[in-house]
Design a protein around this ligand. Structure first.
Ligand code: FUL
Length: 498
């Protein structure tokens, strides 16, 4: 080549390309995500952690759990109803969203639906001018809570239940609820469907095939069309699924992945719902529903049976602490208020949680690891103890066990441990262990399986200078966004280890 300018241009291009590529290879790529990951919308949903149910309707006044559907609307007559009391009580307990039974199985509507007379518009409440869905959604918004709606698919009042006409009625109701009350963050589709009822005076038993009757795919499409960010709850998702029991307890092993094609609303394998499925092709948040009282609705004779703050705390560890959402039911009484006993329990529960988790003893301590991805600081172990959920420690591929060691400045006593995976990359860990360095060397204090968005461990108090998290098995490179150590509040009376 004679032209020296052309020669140096070609040389420059060659060097730049090769060197440039090399540089690129050396740059730490982001951690490759799993094939099943959550949407940002679902991550934000799970970050709420604790949400509440409000079971309040005709049953509150008839002292029933399931109304037959023949109740006279005039029975709905709260004397001191105060929706702000519900919202402020919930908010003070750390609850981030409330779901209201806009219509339970008895068919009575808490809003003045155009499509039925069986509603609040024919009750004494505000002389028929009341709209509890409006009051509820406004109060939630005013105090910074998300609002959700429960609309029972089963309707023991409606004459057409079991026929195609009822499905149109149900869709009309969805249309009202999802267009007239601003943003609705969750819609709750119950699995209890069909049986005996009033059915417009027929007083008979009507069975339906819950797989085909409602046309769920069309309903989901309608709902998402009206409220694109809404989360749809049912046994089968598509966004949030039932945990398989009404005790508020997720499996010790719990995957946020599951296969929805094996799920049916009202007929799924409860064991499968309780553990999720490591091979699952759908990311669906698990939700643990439970009532603060034995019943879902208020009954005076259950005033002495309100769960204690310790019991709610135990449930919290077995739901939120096992990678699921806790949906805690707070049923207002006939006055229309959350009862004083329930309010006190919620206060005590919140104190226990706040006191336990206010000081993270691992935060800012020295963190070491046997490996971190590409030796790059973006994946360094200290990211797991910086108190920032956006940063994380991650290893290179196929490094097992992956070990994160926290060196504590002083001998430290703790009995609660927090582990979090950055789930935007998927749920990975299936076997882990925590060890503590005490006077006699390393001692195993907990052996676990899944972690996910949040795993909380309860152990007997230990004293140590070093703590080691060992990830023995995962479906992809280990990533941990938070590792925390805590001392349980003195107010927690019962001690559960797990
Ligand atoms: C169940 C219903 O039958 C109960 O009454 C309650 O609403 C509970 C949350 O869901 O399926």
């Amino acid at each position: 080549m004679k032209n020296p300018i052309l020669k140096s241009a070609i040389l420059f291009f060659f060097v730049f390309t090769v060197f440039g590529c090399r540089q690129k290879q050396k740059m730490p790529s982001d951690l490759p995500p799993n094939s099943v990951i959550p949407t940002d919308n679902l991550i934000a949903y799970q970050q709420m952690e604790l949400i509440g149910f409000i079971h309040f309707t005709m049953n509150t006044f008839t002292n029933k759990e399931w109304g037959f559907g023949d109740e006279n609307p005039e029975l709905f007559d709260p004397t001191e109803l105060n929706v702000e009391q519900w919202v402020l009580t919930a908010k003070a307990a750390g609850i981030k969203q409330l779901i209201l039974t806009a219509k339970h199985h008895d068919g009575f509507c808490l809003w003045p639906s155009k499509f039925t007379e069986h509603s609040i518009k024919n009750s004494p409440y505000k002389e028929g001018q009341g709209d509890l869905v409006a009051e509820f959604t406004e109060a939630c918004r005013k105090h910074g809570l998300k609002a959700g709606i429960y609309l029972s698919p089963w309707d023991r009042n409606h004459q057409d239940y079991g026929k195609p006409e009822y499905v149109s009625y149900y869709k009309n109701q969805l249309n009202e609820l999802l267009t007239q009350y601003g943003e609705i963050n969750e819609i709750w589709f119950d699995g209890a469907n069909g049986g005996d009822g009033y059915y417009g005076g027929a007083n008979e038993t009507r069975r339906i095939d819950s797989k085909t009757y409602y046309g769920w795919e069309d309903i989901f499409f309608l709902v998402k069309g009206l409220q694109p960010n809404i989360k749809i709850f049912s046994d089968a998702g598509p966004d949030v699924h039932w945990i398989g029991n009404e005790k508020g307890i997720a499996g010790f092993t719990f995957w946020s992945t599951i296969n929805t094609d094996s799920l049916v609303i009202g007929g799924s394998d409860t064991g499968y719902l309780n553990t999720g499925d490591p091979q699952g092709k759908n990311w669906i948040v698990g939700q643990c529903d439970v009532s603060i009282r034995p019943g879902w609705f208020y009954h005076k004779d259950q005033d002495s049976l309100v769960k204690s703050a310790d019991e709610i705390t135990d449930i919290y560890y077995k739901s939120v602490g096992r990678n699921a959402i806790l949906l805690l039911n707070l049923p207002p009484d006939q006055r229309g208020l959350i009862h004083e006993k329930d309010v006190q329990v919620l206060k005590d529960f919140k104190k226990i949680i706040d006191e336990t988790f206010s000081v993270d003893l691992a935060k800012g301590q020295t963190a070491l690891a046997n490996n971190y991805r590409m030796d790059h600081k973006k994946f360094a172990p200290e990211n797991a103890v910086d108190g920032n959920s956006e940063t994380f420690w991650a290893t290179d591929d196929s490094v097992f066990p992956a070990e994160l060691t926290i060196q504590l400045k002083d001998e430290t006593v703790f009995d609660r441990i927090l582990i979090q995976e950055p789930v935007k990359f998927g749920q990975r860990i299936s076997e882990f262990e925590v060890e503590v360095m005490g006077k006699k060397g390393w001692k195993s204090v907990f052996k676990g399986t899944t972690v996910g968005y949040k795993r909380l461990l309860r152990i007997a108090p230990v004293i140590g200078t070093q703590v080691r998290l060992k990830i023995n098995q995962a479906n992809n490179a280990t990533a941990i966004s938070n590792f925390g150590l805590f001392k349980a509040s003195e107010k927690e009376n019962f001690v559960f280890y797990e």
